[in-house]
Design a protein around this ligand. Sequence first.
Ligand SMILES: [Cu+2]
Length: 334
Amino acid sequence: MRSKLNLRAGGLLLALPLCGCNGTQSALHAEGQAATALKGLILLIVLVCALVWIAVVGVLFWALLRRRTEFAAGNKIHDHRLRLAVYSALAATAIIVAGLTVASFYATRALYSSHPPDVIVQAKAQQWWWQFTYADSENRPLFQTANELHIPVGKDVLITLEALDVIHSLWIPALAGKQDMIPGRRNEQRLHAERQGIYRGQCAEFCGIQHSHMALVVVAEDEDDYAAWLAEQQKPAADPITAEAEAGRAVFLGKPCAACHTIRGTAAKGSTGPDLTHIGSRQTLGAGLLPVTRGSLAAWIADPQTLKPGNNMPLVPLSSDEVRQVSAYLEGLR
Ligand SMILES: [Cu+2]
């Protein structure tokens, strides 16, 4: 009974890694140029190592079986045959290592492109969210957003990477390799999505208590959808259309919220937290923590420290009416 249970538990444990393979965040579901090059390299190395393993284990068994019969016959292995075997193994090792080195050189080269990019985004990582600034072709900032990237399919996107506090790392496995974001240093990442889709990325360098809740969404869309999104995002915030949302705006502007958050077109010009100008159009809040809905906005505003303990937004005491009004206002910011 016990061993059966153990077996089952073992089976479950073995199956656990498979849960990670559902596509939106998997290096094995490559949908970007860089990710495709990396996937080829991963599969090549796994294949070669598997063949080497099979060969080594095969020789081991052969030796074990042979030893008995040889012993029985009182034979000794001839010196020159032993030497030949050792030299061939050395040569095979050198060839395999050199071959994999060349393969990884070419795969790495495919990650960098010297083309001028079609889109430039400046990314700043901080505990525990991503700030994205879209820029024009001269790298002049157009607008800011957070935790969600939109990119046009088939175009070259350059992301400049900075970190404001500790080391973070940007990793969108289905699109590209991983690149560190280091305070005081500028790194770069190229994205080139081959297919439309929504991909998930994740901070890949342990950066503190909420590291696991530092995710991002990447929406790869066709050129028209991308252009429409870009145009919407550049606009200032929509005016509230209900009395409740109108009251919510007044609460937001009258409370410390406005000191930490920017809502373009209003007096809120803070920069400690994410730009909320179009928060209602984003898929998630809290860097992938919850989907954006009226309810999750209210829950977040009422108590951000229970939903994402230790994050840098303090609890701002509001009455339940105020929470309702502010969440109505923010949900309307599409
Ligand atoms: Cu991080």
